[in-house]
Write a protein that binds this ligand. Sequence first.
Ligand SMILES: NC(=O)c1ccc[n+]([C@@H]2O[C@H](COP(=O)([O-])OP(=O)(O)OC[C@H]3O[C@@H](n4cnc5c(N)ncnc54)[C@H](O)[C@@H]3O)[C@@H](O)[C@H]2O)c1
Length: 260
Amino acid sequence: MRLQGKVAAITGGALGIGRATAVLFASEGATVALGDVEVGAAEAVVKEILQRGGRAIAVGVDVGDVGQVQAYVDRVVAEYGRLDVMFANAGIAHSAPFLEHPEAQWHRVLRVNLTGVFLCCQVAARQMVKQGGGRIITTASINGFRGVENLVGYNVAKAGVIEMTKTMAVELAQHHITVNAIAPAQIDTRLTRSLPEDARRRRTERIPMGRFGEPEDVARAALFLASDDASYVTGHTLAVDGGYLAGGLWSRKPEGTGRG
Ligand SMILES: NC(=O)c1ccc[n+]([C@@H]2O[C@H](COP(=O)([O-])OP(=O)(O)OC[C@H]3O[C@@H](n4cnc5c(N)ncnc54)[C@H](O)[C@@H]3O)[C@@H](O)[C@H]2O)c1
């Protein structure tokens, strides 16, 4: 029960990494507020948590809209009196070669993946300052470190999240708020399930552990960062990537060129 009595907001909580984290946090004693555009799916997760004896609510929120983000946090505080953890995790991707990447998709991805993180963290941090402390966790990506092809908007947003995390950590330390990022590699969620089989195989070849991660692998890292175990950890980006970033041009294929 490492989060007993804590209240945690988890964006993108309806699916994938957010869903797994909500279930894990609730099983560790936290009350979780799932914020998502897919309210029906978020409510299904809430039902599952309640059936296991946990406490949870679902809130419809588009993280790119400051009014909705404020209403989300206000609802959590009205309902539970506080907010201890913000996991700014919601994200989308658009895949297109740089030369053809539509401007509209560039703006859409940055709005959710960068501005959305900024808004959720800022609104949550203002509440945490009033309370005298808290934990903020962002979801970046290994793409924040690497120029993965066909994902320019996504990569830029994730690099921005890593820098934003450092800046927030520095500014919010005086308020006893820690801020850390998680950088997952290939995790088996809706985001990666649409990958063609060949792309999936090539990506797996670049992972020293030889497999895609599960959402629960990321959830356990989030639990560490939200728990008292991480009380002196701030400004850090924790890769949860099966060794991908450590590998450089490494490839499991002996004859591999290293291109993933
Ligand atoms: N799956 C991976 O391999 C991987 C790797 C690195 C980083 N990530 C990051 O992890 C995070 C979670 O992704 P996932 O893999 O669980 O994907 P997912 O598609 O399973 O879940 C994303 C969730 O975010 C929600 N969402 C999308 N736009 C939203 C918005 N505007 N407001 C509120 N909610 C919104 C979706 O409804 C969904 O529930 C994302 O930030 C993603 O970029 C994923």
